[in-house]
Design a protein around this ligand. Structure first.
Ligand code: 13P
Ligand code: SF4
Length: 332
């Protein structure tokens, strides 16, 4: 019997989640790629940088992280005294998988004159081998603060690294990792879609390959894409990132049409993140109730991973590009 079927169908899941989070002084943090119902029940929805900041500043006793494992690990690294739980511990990330810590350690050791920048989408072990962590929201801002002659390694996303390198005119040694979701967008199908919607701007995440980015009118983190899509005068916008974010766009601008960029089959269903999709409302309820699965990190690794994350927070722009969205339900 699966997890979902073990729940009483007559139970009011939303009311139970609200009761448990009150009882346990828990905060529910959710990424924009989560299912719409999870985003709607979360105390806070944001991009990786927003969520890191919330995790570092919350006074809750427990953080229920509705996102992928590396995000929940960041919450634990920054708030070690809190209990951090994740609805499904199998919610990984292809970028994390593409950068095994032992291989990365050997690579870093082979380039001792390079500063190591890692995208936050990596394991705690890789963070522990890093000088500064970046997210898609602050990478440009952080790299611009580094001396022009400083040699750089960028891991694990070669597309984000390539985008930064082209935009800032800086050479970087790129680790060859990719996001399986953003890699699936098809340039050919995107061009066909643009022809069907003349004038519709394209907003793309920098995890997309260059052949998608070069068609984009706006490139940025999930928060920045959300801001662009809701504030532009265009009535129809093509969105080249995980389609979960369209939920927030439709709430913020219901009069507009948001179209997910297509994969090779001409639609966007293949661009759903399979890792994010592992978290469900049922698993959210069960993990609040059981206070697990819990993120547990080796303390020495946690301490080494905290330094580059703190450096990131210090070097980040003061404000997130999108407005914080704090939900306080009427029954909380
Ligand atoms: P953001 O930091 O832009 O939300 O990106 C996280 C992510 O995993 C994108 O695939
Ligand atoms: Fe990782 Fe890509 Fe999923 Fe983001 S969308 S969590 S980068 S696999």
């Amino acid at each position: 019997m699966g997890v979902e079927s073990s729940l009483n169908p007559a139970m009011d899941l939303v009311a139970e989640i609200n009761r448990l989070r009150r009882e346990k002084n828990a905060v529910i943090l959710a990424h924009y790629y989560q299912d719409g119902a999870i985003q709607d029940i979360a105390d806070f929805v944001g991009d990786s940088l927003d969520l890191s900041r919330k995790a570092a500043s919350t006074d809750a006793d427990m953080i229920v992280f509705c996102g992928v494992r590396f995000m929940a690990e960041v919450a634990k690294i920054l708030s070690p005294e809190k209990k951090v739980v994740l609805p499904d511990m199998a919610a990984g990330c292809s970028l994390e998988d593409s950068c095994p810590p032992d291989d990365f350690k050997a690579f870093v050791e082979a380039h001792p004159d390079h500063m190591v920048l890692s995208y936050i989408n990596c394991s705690a072990e890789v963070k522990a081998l890093t000088d500064i962590i970046v997210t898609s929201s602050n990478a440009e801002h952080i790299v611009s603060q580094l001396p022009a002659d400083q040699k750089l390694i960028f891991a694990p996303d070669r597309h984000l690294g390539g985008y930064l390198s082209r935009k800032l005119g800086r050479d970087m040694l790129l680790w060859p990792g990719t996001c399986i979701v953003h890699e699936r967008f098809s340039e050919k199908e995107l061009i066909k879609l643009q022809a069907r919607h003349p004038g519709a701007p394209v907003a793309a995440h920098p995890e997309c390959p260059d052949q998608i980015i070069r068609h984009a009118d706006h490139v940025g983190s999930t928060s920045s894409i959300l801001k662009f899509c809701t504030e532009t005068d265009a009535e129809t916008i093509i969105v080249a990132t995980e389609p979960g974010i369209i939920h927030q766009m439709e709430k913020a601008a219901p009069e507009k049409t948001f179209i997910g960029a297509p994969g090779a089959d001409g639609n966007c269903s293949c661009n759903t993140c399979p890792f994010m999709a592992l978290n469900t409302m049922d698993k959210l309820y069960l993990c609040l109730k059981a206070e697990g699965p819990e993120i547990v990190l080796d303390e020495a690794t946690r301490i080494r991973a905290e330094a580059p994350l703190r450096r990131m927070l210090e070097m980040s722009p003061a404000q997130s590009p999108a407005k914080d969205r704090t939900i306080v339900g009427a029954d909380l």
